[in-house]
Design a protein around this ligand. Structure first.
Ligand code: ATP
Ligand code: MG
Length: 361
């Protein structure tokens, strides 16, 4: 390694770590994702000048996670625990006066009738820690006579069901000196709690951009955060409500790989390594389709405007195994690509693909 090269260790070795590695290459940043679950007595060769980041907000204690998380250059150390717990995350939003779905802790004394009285006839319980892709959610519906499961008391929050028009997210970065840069808002389609597709940028969302940037700036500033953070929001009329925050690169920012001159992975690495950062420039509007529980289909590669990222994971129902990003050069090309995907993809993809066509019609 030359004196000027950097090494970044990633706590976790899933697809986000892999994409960070890929983004580090052209900058001569060596990125080393670590599978923290491997039982080992290995001592990682961490140098004093190395930098540590994480691809997940929460992790079990293991010999390897301890080595990484106790390194002095573990960036954002105090933030992970705070945002990984929905209780402290929602408390932070309230303290900053940032709009979010009204909520409370669920404990031994929480009374269901009072919850319905306060929030309405649908209430969403979310486990404080460890939920993802809609796992860790439990709907309470008055008409169906739902009960609070005993095992969910003292480990979850209850949230008002938000009747949102759509879901959007903002991915941004903060440097150590406190400068913030953002991508344009991303329009997201979630079904059953899992992200199916994203579209960005979307001209009709640009009026919300200043509001979103102000929210995420104040969050990152208050945490003295360094690197990329994602903010998922509900749009209700002209108002954004924060759904949740992720102190890391994010699935709804994957379109930046195909659509910008500096994707979210490179942006995160630049911030961590204190390299110069410019506002990311958008080259193309993009449509990102998550590949969930599908076998790889090489016909996808025959689409003129498609970029495939395959995660090389075992395919299981409901599991994200890749994403396909279509850059929108012209409407006709997008439409023919989506029509081809409709023919190649199974029934449970039709609604997602129809949603995309609908957005562009
Ligand atoms: P992620 O994989 O993004 O971490 P998650 O499982 O942690 O997801 P959330 O992001 O909180 O959970 O929720 C997943 C989805 O569930 C949201 O994108 C939204 O579609 C729906 N949802 C969450 N909270 C509410 C709410 N209060 N009202 C209505 N729908 C909601
Ligand atoms: Mg979410």
């Amino acid at each position: 390694m030359t004196n000027n090269s950097k090494k970044v260790w990633v706590l976790g070795d899933g697809q986000l770590g892999a994409m960070l590695s890929y983004a580090g290459r052209p900058l001569a940043i060596e990125v080393c994702p670590v599978d923290i679950m491997v039982p080992t007595d290995e001592i990682l060769p961490l140098a004093a000048s190395d930098i540590i980041t994480a691809e997940r907000e929460q992790w079990p204690e293991s010999p390897l996670s301890l080595q990484l998380s106790s390194h002095p250059n573990f960036v954002n150390r105090s933030v992970f625990g705070r945002l990984a717990d929905r209780y402290s995350q929602k408390s932070l939003l309230d303290a900053l006066h940032i709009a979010t779905a009204p909520w409370e802790l669920v404990d031994d004394n929480t009374d269901l009738g009072r919850l319905y009285g306060k929030y309405g006839e649908h209430v969403l319980m979310k486990r404080r820690i460890g939920g993802y892709d809609g796992k860790g959610q439990y709907w309470l519906r008055q008409a169906e006579g739902s009960q609070i499961p005993a095992a969910w008391r003292n480990v979850s929050i209850a949230e008002q069901a938000i009747d949102f028009a759509e879901e959007v997210s903002l991915v941004g970065v903060r440097t150590r000196q406190g400068q913030c840069y953002f991508y344009p808002l991303t329009l997201n389609l979630h079904q059953d709690g899992i992200l199916r597709a994203s579209i960005a940028p979307r001209e009709r969302l640009s009026a919300l951009q200043p509001q979103a940037e102000a929210m995420l700036s104040s969050i990152m500033e208050s945490l003295e955060y360094v690197g990329v953070m994602a903010m998922e929001c509900f749009r209700v009329g002209n108002q954004l409500l924060v759904n949740e925050l992720a102190p890391r690169v994010h699935n709804s920012g994957h379109w930046t790989q195909a659509g910008t001159h500096m994707d979210q992975f490179q942006l995160h690495l630049r911030a961590l390594c204190e390299l110069p950062i410019m506002p990311p420039q958008v080259n193309f509007q993009c449509v990102m389709v998550n590949l969930i529980g599908l076998e790889k289909d090489d016909r996808w590669l025959s689409l003129a405007n498609a970029e495939l990222f395959w995660y090389n994971k075992e395919v299981r129902p409901g599991r994200k195994v890749g994403h396909l990003t279509l850059s929108v050069h012209e409407g006709e090309m997008l439409e023919s690509s989506i029509m081809a995907l409709k023919a190649w993809m199974p029934a449970h993809y039709q609604a997602t693909l129809a949603w995309i066509l609908d957005e562009f019609s």
